[in-house]
Design a protein around this ligand. Sequence first.
Ligand code: HDD
Length: 727
Amino acid sequence: MPNRLPENPSIDEPTTPQAPLPPADDTRAPQVRTATGTDLGGDQTSRGQQGEFLTTAQGVRLHDTDHSLKAGDRGPTLLQDHHLREKITHFDHERIPERAVHARGTGAHGVFQAYGTAEKITRAAFLKKDVETPVFVRFSTVLGSRGSADTPRDTRGFAVKFYTSEGTFDFVGNNMPVFFIQDGIKFPDIVHSAKPEADREIPQAASAHDTFWDFVSLHTEAQHLTMWNMSDRGIPLSLRTMEGFGVHTFRLVDEDGKTCLVKWHWKPKAGVHSTTWEEAQLIMGKDADFQRRDLADAIEGGHFPQWELGVQVFPDTEDQMFEGIDLLDPTKLVPEELAPVQPVGLMTLNANPTNFFAEVEQVAFHPGHLVPGIDIVNDALLQARLFSYLDTQITRLGGPNFSQLPINRPHVPVNDNLRDGYGQQGVHSGVGTYRPNSLGGGNPFPAESTDGAYIEVPAPVAASTKVRANPATFDDHFSQPRMFFRSMTPLEQDHIVSAYTFELAKCETPAIRERQVQCLANIDADLCARVAEGLGLPAPEPTVQVPDRDPSPALSQIGGEFPVDGRKVGIVCDAASDLAAVSALVEAAKGAKLVPFVVGPHGGELTGAAGGSVTVDKTFATAASIEFDAIVLAGPIAPAKDALPSVDSRNADPDASRKPTDPRIALMLGEAFRQCKAIGGLTPDALGDLPTDAKGVVVADAASMVDQLVPLLAKHRAWDRFPTTGR
Ligand code: HDD
């Protein structure tokens, strides 16, 4: 938690006026600029909170904000109480419309440092060697409303605002490299189908319902992204463990005007990790803010999340095809085996928002916010997006001047002829608000390429006829979902089978289930047969000929070892545990950059029966398996007096008090075991009946426990605990 209190705070309400506290170290956003890019100086909260006294919005000091003005202390409230009306009226208007999609999200500030490797393909200044550019990132789910949980099965938004020296560049991507539709005109259709159903507005933040599967089974170009959603990519563990993709192909242009085509990738340094579906559902019940909290805690704890930005580069050919893949088709990816991702820079998130509404809620991204050196292609999905974002933001942010909001202000001088409108913050001087003019001395002047002007690449436009149609190269809807499924490990395939079976079993209309099973038959016979079996349906024959593509092992997220910075370890103990060993383990975990949490039977200080003491971070009542990447039992854990009796046979054991029979701890341990998390015991009997020879279970003393846990955490989970779990 950020330190929100002064040193040695009194528990009583302060009586002496004090200046407002500055933001905590991890919540210092970049400095506020005016609409013309001038640095306002000072702290970004300074305009919101100044001086030590409470005032009205007009700056008049207030004597009382706790009582409305009444005709006698038992009398009616007087209409003349302006402070009452100002306070309530402002409150009544505090909420703005949530985003039509991506309403649920969180954000952080950071910095992007370029390696210089992209200099040969783009003139973009922020990609030149060692240039550092401030960024603001917003991660989001797509379907849920603003107050929905963080961990539903869904695509995640991955939007990055680069405040570059040439103006703002927005990367508005997702954690999946493909999209549901090939043309933006279908966006309202996919969103209407996936959002809660129109009659009862259920289910919230879930695709497991009739209208979604009705649409994707009829509109088969959606099958590829649907496959990604049904895979582990649809349930990321943390925002820190997600990849990001620009989805569309973009055109880069170098200093000499030479162009190439690219696809953007963000690769998390922490690796790509997901929850299991059981875990995701537990999290939704126990901590709706799980990923928001995880990101903020990691930044506050100094475990700054990092992603490398990379590009797949393709020649800018006339047909814009690469290895038989149409680069204008956003439902297709290019396997990394065919075009490796080349790193061009590193992003580090290092500061939490100071004010969630001002920054995360009001930030406005737009895929058309481009800088010199980056241009677009004729992808019909992207072209519709170029219209949609500005349009929606005018409603959401109450008028056309939202680029003047602190979080949206460019970090370079702005000199436009845009004037007036709701929410105008600038006090523009002069009358020459048009071009050409002589009354303003001709200002502002158009810039040349040599002045850093953005000039569209003069790409040829094929002479053609007006049509509402897709090219024939967009027709194949099944070869890439097939490639994706066949690129997965057996474990990941199990997860996909379970996800389809779960989601389709939730559909109430049999014809929709059957139609989707037919789509699966076109993708892969084994996948189809297994899902059909789970649904109690026959597995149909394919109806279309689908070309086979080589599998792309890079699509699998199982395997590899990653840094363990910021991974969380719960250390469960009670007064009967060796608390000196617990303290030693806490220090050793911190030394390995892990985040230890002592879990004890009650809050405050825990004193050991044999001496020693530790501060409890979470209690048996509040801690849950989902909060930890690894759990260590210090043993012995006695049954809690207030806990429900366990059905576990160990209760009959006369030595039960020496084993972790507290039902809450038994539940936590059982879940962690099923979720293939690393589990440790500081003594041989600390784990009770848990099989200590199972994969990813270690018994070690405090001195060597961390050395044993780190390699397990580096692999994320001991997936080999259950050879094929189907979980
Ligand atoms: Fe979109 C928000 C990503 C297609 C219309 N989109 C939004 C956000 C992300 C994306 C990350 C949240 C930005 C934030 O945090 O504020 N959208 C994508 C990607 C797409 C995509 C990767 C396909 C490749 N979107 C897309 C289409 C349309 C939209 C085809 C409409 C034609 N998207 C919107 C929107 C949103 C939005 C309705 C809602 C809030 C906002 O824009 O500002 O305009």
